[in-house]
Design a protein around this ligand. Structure first.
Ligand SMILES: [Zn+2]
Length: 237
């Protein structure tokens, strides 16, 4: 009898059928989510609308976000795609700008953050020192909700991969860095922004949580490979 086959086919079909309705729901959901985040217009367009120095009356150092007043910016400019990026005199010696990919990186690996430095070390042992960058900033699109430029902890530009290490301050208050609910909320808004801004600009973004064994090379390899594979499959969506 043919019941056996019918039953199996039937379940297969019903699994596929509800998909269109589901995708509609996700669309409207993501729309409302975007509305809630201040300044996240960048999700659709790939660029953040930056205020010009004229509108603000001053420049902001792309690195430390301190004000640089007009007239004081001589020798601090980097001209990039009709925009003047300003690095204050204090920061300028420490950063290099890569025009081709549009990012700023620190000249030397930073060692201020213990855990981040450890993860950098692990990633270096996986892909080689010349392929790993840390403290990377994208002045054309990675701007935080408060206006400052977001930086990513580690990058592997040949894989278009950005990696952040999230210490406890990304999840809890009463840490050294986030003492209040407001500063935690600001932190988390910027964390969320990265998940939309990075893919919208062609970079895969991933986060290592503070409980993950970041000095375990095999573990880190599996995590990175997994994320790269998934982002490859879902690249269009
Ligand atoms: Zn500066």
């Amino acid at each position: 009898m043919s019941i056996k086959g019918k039953g199996k086919d039937g379940s297969g079909v019903s699994k596929l059928a509800p998909r269109p309705a589901r995708s509609k729901a996700t669309k409207s959901k993501s729309k409302s989510k975007v509305k809630g985040i201040k300044g996240s217009r960048a999700t659709k367009a790939t660029k953040v609308r930056h205020k010009t120095a004229e509108e603000m009356g001053y420049y902001r150092c792309v690195s430390c976000n301190t004000r640089v007043l007009p007239g004081k910016e001589e020798g601090c400019r980097i001209l990039y795609k009709d925009r003047h990026l300003i690095l204050c005199p204090k920061c300028k010696p420490n950063w290099t700008f890569y025009c081709g990919r549009g990012y700023l990186r620190m000249k030397d690996y930073q060692k201020v953050w213990d855990k981040q430095a450890k993860l950098t070390e692990t990633v270096i042992s996986l892909v080689g020192k010349s392929y790993v960058v840390d403290e990377i900033k994208f002045p054309l699109w990675a701007q935080g909700a408060g206006g400052g430029f977001l930086s990513f902890d580690i990058a592997v530009p040949i894989y278009n991969l950005l990696i952040d290490y999230h210490g406890e301050q990304h999840y809890k208050t009463n840490t050294k860095w986030n003492r209040s609910k407001a500063s935690l909320a600001k932190q988390q808004t910027n964390d969320m922004l990265k998940y939309t801004l990075a893919p919208a600009n062609g970079w895969t973004y991933m986060v290592f949580h503070y409980l993950e064994p970041i000095d375990n090379i095999e573990y880190v390899r599996h995590r990175i490979e997994g994320v790269l594979m998934t982002s490859g499959l879902e690249g269009g969506s």
